[in-house]
Ligand binder design. Sequence first.
Ligand SMILES: [Zn+2]
Length: 314
Amino acid sequence: MIMTKERYAIGIDLGGTFVKYALVSETGNILFDGKLPIGSSATREDTLSIIEQSIKNVVDKAVEKDCKLKGIGIGTPGVVDNGVVLGGADNLDRWENIDLGTIYSSKFNMHVYVDNDANVMGLGEVTFGAAKDCTDVIFITVGTGIGGAIVINGQLYSGFKNRGGELGHLTIKHDGIDCNCGGRGCLEAYASTSALIQQYADKTGKDVNEINGHYIIQRFKENEPEAIACLKDHTEYLGHGIAGFINTFAPQKVVIGGGISEAGQFYIDMIKEVAFRYAMPDCAVNTDIVSALLGNNAGCLGAASLVFKTHKYN
Ligand SMILES: [Zn+2]
């Protein structure tokens, strides 16, 4: 009798301040996890060795638990192509032209798969979370900025040489305000949580440093007119952007992640109402809009899913 043993992967989630790591089974169970801090003065070399230590922590645990590892998945800020971070990760020292794939596959003698952090979170939701069993999915994460992932036929899609997929930088106002990307009028500039906070501060005269997304949601629930107006605008912007994504990709699900997506079903419903009002009905007929499910574990689970989705087993 042949026993089929469950497969495992290492998920590494590189953020601006921490490296999170986890030992993940093919069914999405986290058997072990942890995180190591990246100091604010960390050099590129420091960050690389913190990732190496994180991987080593998981390898040691996998050996202890007799888990057969299939590979290492890494989610990193920036533009990634074929295992190489090309650039665009402003919060990490000289995080450009680094071949993470080769560095860690030679150190640990395992397959290493690397992708952009938002892509990885989106793939995680498709593999283990809110869009499980879907093949065609749009994921956006709403936070300081707006990140996105496009999944087509079960695979991440980011255009030629992985240069695209920047859903937060869809133009929603051609003569709009400046965006961090150098363009103007982008979805991110209007609908990120940072933008919502700025709009609320402008309306109320409050200090941006004393408010956050949670605060505005609380005031909204207490029927404060300014909070209602700002959240209505915020969900209008998001709904318009999502209507464009629906018309372009006709996804089965649009998954919304990021801290504010956990505000409650009313938040998703407000976005849904706008998105389905403006999307072409024929494009939207198979689409649902839902909140993400993986929360704080999205990065590690998504990174591990890169291994399971990409690796060809024999
Ligand atoms: Zn932009």
